[in-house]
Ligand binder design. Structure first.
Ligand code: PMV
Length: 342
């Protein structure tokens, strides 16, 4: 088993890594710098465990192009983003080797399940090691952020905060862990209400919101308070407080985006029905709350004892196609080369 970079028989340098998606409880929406991918606001998330991206990177001296395969297929738009991300690592290492990148997700991509977060966290983690770069997790988080904002958070496990930072070069806009997954092992049921790729991606959605939504400045102005409430709730393991602030941040982000022109409406009818179902459960005393990202899937976060009841309730909602179930997990880590899809 090979966990570290080494030149193989053909002289190429390779490494493989796994990272998991994260779900924001206090949402990131809006950029203060588009080129550097700096957020207008800080955010707090949980990293999941049983959904994953596994990525293998092989740098080939003498090769000019990058060759990218995602779930066994080529994808031109994603290949461009991946090459741009690999350029950051190549610059850092002072090499111009082309890369072969192969990546597998065990969950549907591009449907509001943060596949870019786990994807770019795994890519930076593997790519840096393949090139022999000795980067701290914080440095990897900064690089992952340049490639896809929320990927900054998937470098770490458990409960994670990504600060919006003050510096113009963005080197202080970095994620860091707040609490380990094991310290408060909540569970998450994901109700899949559509398997179609979303129509407006988060970058375009954020740009349109910042340009046209009348609520943008109120969103930015109120975020620090939300972050502090969520941070305190996490440190105190106060489920009710985390439920209140998370649903509030989710609905506030969507209200902000709905008020853009043209309005961004990421939900379908089943998403809304799931929200009502989760709130009805909570009123009956079940410890559960919802959050929704830039897509139609609903994530219900609950105490471990409630997971079966929550899954049953969501499965029962008309329009729910499937319900996934995951705990909270670790950050990006090395995996053996050659074992991607296992
Ligand atoms: O990292 P991006 O560009 O995919 O944006 C993520 C935006 C949300 O998922 C809606 C919120 C968040 O904080 O993850």
């Amino acid at each position: 088993m090979n966990f570290e970079s080494r030149a193989d028989a053909s002289g190429a340098f390779h490494a493989a890594s796994q990272a998991q998606p994260n779900i924001a409880l206090v949402k990131y929406w809006g950029k203060r710098d588009t080129a550097l991918n700096l957020p207008a606001v800080g955010s707090i998330s949980i990293t999941l465990d049983s959904l994953w991206t596994r990525t293998e990177v092989r740098f080939v001296p003498g090769q000019k192009q990058d060759v990218v395969s995602l779930n066994g297929r080529s994808d031109e738009a994603e290949a461009k983003r991946i090459s741009a991300c690999m350029n950051l690592l190549r610059q850092r290492a002072g090499v111009d080797y082309g890369a072969e990148v192969a990546s597998h997700n065990n969950f549907p991509t591009a449907a509001g399940l943060a596949s870019s977060a786990s994807g770019f966290a795994a890519l930076v983690h593997a790519g840096a090691r393949a090139l022999g770069l000795d980067l701290s997790l914080a440095e990897q988080s900064v690089l992952a952020r340049r490639c896809s904002g929320s990927a900054a958070r998937s470098i770490f496990g458990g409960y994670v905060e990504w600060t919006h930072g003050q510096l113009a070069d963005g080197t202080d806009s970095v994620a860091s862990p707040l609490l380990d997954a094991e310290a408060w092992p909540l569970r998450v049921a994901v109700a899949i209400t559509s398997k179609a790729a979303k129509q407006v991606g988060s970058t375009e959605g954020m740009r349109r919101t910042a340009d046209t939504s009348p609520y943008q400045s109120a969103w930015v102005d109120t975020q620090e308070t939300d972050l502090s409430v969520a941070r305190n709730a996490i440190h105190a393991r106060d489920f009710d407080a985390l439920a209140q602030i998370s649903e509030y941040s989710c609905l506030k982000m969507h209200a902000l985006a709905m008020a853009a022109q043209p309005g961004l409406l990421y939900w379908n009818g089943a998403t809304v029905e799931c929200m009502h179902r989760v709130r009805a459960l909570r009123q009956q005393g079940v410890p559960v709350f919802f959050t929704v990202d830039a897509g139609p899937q609903l994530k219900a976060v609950c105490a471990p004892s409630a997971i079966e009841q929550v899954k049953d309730a969501l499965r029962d909602v008309p329009g729910v196609l499937d319900v996934l179930d995951t705990g909270l997990g670790a950050g990006a880590r090395a995996i053996p080369v050659g074992e991607l899809a296992r």
